[in-house]
Ligand binder design. Structure first.
Ligand code: DAH
Length: 339
């Protein structure tokens, strides 16, 4: 009888090794462990007919074998169940579903405008220069011919840090820093942040961006300034743009002008952006004051030059019809991702 049991053991092992599906494992289970016609049960049923000394040992061995085969069957079931899961998940893999989209960031609209303007001036052979945001009073005011009693020097018009340091309120500071280092000819623009303790509203922020421009050489004239600025405005806004120069005053230029462009939103017809005048101010400019040249040690008899300063937010707002400067700084992706 022991021989018969080890035959059954080998046969069960073989059957399970050949099984290819869960159903086949179920059949093997019925074949060996089935209550009615299971092979093991047949043995158990035959025990009473055995000689008494064999009965108990055969019973024990049959039980051990039953447990053993039971364990193998459970293992085989688990194996096929796992495979089943894998094939199931393969089935629901839908090739036609859109892929996972990668979210790429991009440059902020203000940076895009700065880059665009840098590109325009690079074509005109202007260098790109940078200066510090924490400045000495000298560069923000004195060297730019801004007298001590000028209103922009009031405590509430500039962020003072103490010890004659301040957050620069204009990028004109970079004119001085560049002229201190280099001799003419100079052609440069200087983009960067400036700071003013303005009350924040739709058109004002306490931090914004400017681009300063400076060209110095022998024989530079106001018509060069007009030419360069017209070329710039046409490149940035399009060929149809019109420009208007109005006499103005800046301490570091003489003569000075404020420059308007025909409103790009209403094409000069009049709208809320241009206060129904058809024109919007975009730039301050002028011929460099001889006092500034003297401060940096240039010969004011030999050299002339022009300077200009523009507001980057203002230009971006005009180009895209944005009516609130705060949108640039709120970091709302619904706004920023449109650019
Ligand atoms: N710095 C001036 C401002 O912040 C802008 C400006 C005006 C710059 C005239 C210039 C200039 O270079 O010539 O309002």
């Amino acid at each position: 009888m022991q021989e018969r049991l080890s035959e059954i053991q080998n046969q069960a092992k073989e059957d399970l090794a050949k099984a290819e599906s869960l159903e086949e494992v179920e059949k093997i289970k019925t074949k060996y462990l089935g209550r009615k016609a299971g092979v093991i049960n047949e043995i158990v049923k035959a025990i009473p007919g055995l000689p008494p000394e064999q009965r108990s040992s055969t019973g024990k061995s049959a039980n051990i074998l039953k447990q053993e085969i039971g364990t193998w069957i459970e293992e085989a079931k688990v194996k096929f169940a796992d495979e089943g899961r894998t094939s199931e998940s393969k089935e629901i893999f839908d090739l036609s579903l859109p892929g996972k989209r990668k979210h790429y960031g991009h440059r902020h609209p203000i940076v895009q405008t700065i880059d665009e303007i840098k590109g325009i001036f690079k074509k005109l052979c202007f260098d790109i220069e940078y200066g510090p945001e924490v400045e000495h009073e000298y560069y923000n005011f004195d060297a730019l011919n801004i007298p001590a009693d000028h209103p922009s020097r009031e405590d509430f018009d500039t962020f003072y840090l103490g010890n004659k340091r301040l957050l620069r309120s204009q990028t004109s500071t970079v004119q001085i820093r560049v002229m201190e280092k280099k001799k003419p000819p100079i052609r440069m623009i200087a983009p960067g942040k400036v700071f003013r303790p303005d009350t924040v509203d739709a058109r004002h922020a306490s931090m914004f961006h400017q681009i300063e421009g400076l060209m110095v050489d022998e024989g530079v004239s106001f018509s060069d300034l007009k030419y360069v600025l017209t070329l710039f405005a046409q490149s940035y806004f399009g060929q149809d743009i019109k420009m208007r120069f109005r006499p103005s005053f800046f301490p570091f230029t003489e003569p000075s002008a404020e420059i308007d462009i025909s409103c790009s939103i209403c094409k000069g017809k009049g709208c809320s952006v241009c206060s129904h005048s058809g024109w919007v101010e975009v730039l301050g400019a002028g011929m460099v004051d001889p006092n500034v040249f003297e401060t940096v040690g240039y010969d004011a008899e030999k050299y002339t030059g022009f300077a200009f300063g523009l507001g980057v937010e203002r230009l971006t707002m005009l180009k895209y019809g944005i009516d609130n400067i705060r949108l640039f700084f709120e970091n709302d992706l619904r706004f920023l991702s449109q650019f």
